[in-house]
Ligand binder design. Structure first.
Ligand code: DGL
Length: 270
């Protein structure tokens, strides 16, 4: 049994880490498409084609269920994949819904009509492609009314993280938060809508100040995956050991992953 976790690069490791803590015995096949990161500046067709190729690789690694631990792929490609591409015996899930359910105080799968919720002013930090897709606002509108969302496209942050330049990433986070605050001075909540951003969570929190509740995806996705697998045990694929695959340079990616997760991670070529 193995579950697949996909990201354009290293960001999905934040989800992998949370899933490993929540489901310690679950083998995971991770694929980071570092050769093509960042996805956030690509158009929707490009993101779709790259994501399908990576998901196919994870099926070949023995997965029947793949989590797109990438908001950009979840926003720009997931719906199209689910509608016309995913075979009947496989599943591909995204990372948006658990986050929006937490923000709107809903239980998993509560499909009741949209209603008023406690937060009224929400800052969304995401990649340019995720912001352009408006997928977050669409999913939110199914569940909540009267929520004002201000989205900030955080250009450059994913590149800086992938390059391991955390000083640049921090400076960019500060300037993106300032840009957001010029449009929405006092958000009540902030969504880190890119799986790379938890690696910069301290910087986001420091720039936003103590009065903003920060929602980040990893634990929410891990919890909803555990719940999903309990309801669909047949989707634990046939793979029986964890693997880390990259389309980039395995040595370089292993070094960065080890630095971010503070434990030894060895990637192989995809
Ligand atoms: N971690 C991906 C996300 O959640 C980063 C996308 C990118 O490669 O720009 O959107």
């Amino acid at each position: 049994m193995a579950v697949g976790i996909f990201d354009s690069g290293l960001g999905g490791l934040t989800v992998l880490d949370a899933v490993t803590k929540r489901l310690p015995d679950m083998p995971i096949a991770y694929l980071g498409d570092s050769a093509h990161a960042p996805y956030g500046v690509r158009d929707a067709d490009d993101v779709y084609n790259l994501t399908c190729a990576s998901v196919e690789r994870l099926w070949a690694a023995g997965c029947d269920l793949v989590i797109l631990a990438c908001n950009t792929a979840s926003a720009a490609a997931l719906r199209r994949m689910q509608e016309a591409w995913v075979p009947q015996d496989k599943r591909v899930l995204g990372v948006f819904v658990p986050l929006i359910e937490a923000l709107t105080e809903r239980q998993w799968g509560d499909n009741s009509p949209p209603r008023e919720v406690a937060v009224k002013h929400v800052a969304l930090f995401a990649t340019p492609a995720t912001v352009a897709s408006r997928a977050f606002q669409r999913e939110l509108a199914f569940r909540a009314i009267g929520v004002d969302v201000e989205a900030q496209a955080c250009g450059g942050v994913v590149d800086a993280i992938e390059d391991g330049d955390l000083i640049l990433a921090e400076a960019l986070v500060r300037s993106h938060v300032e840009a957001l605050q010029r449009k929405m001075p006092t958000p009540e909540a902030a969504i880190l809508g890119c799986t790379h951003y938890p690696l910069m969570e301290e910087a986001f929190r420091a720039a936003l100040g103590p009065n903003v509740k920060v929602f980040s995806q990893a634990d929410l996705v891990a919890e909803s995956l555990a719940d999903y697998l309990q309801r669909h045990p047949d989707l634990r694929g046939s793979g029986d050991c964890s693997v880390f695959l990259t389309t980039g340079d395995p040595r370089r990616v292993s070094d960065k992953a080890t630095q971010f997760l503070r434990r030894q991670i060895a990637f192989d070529a995809a």
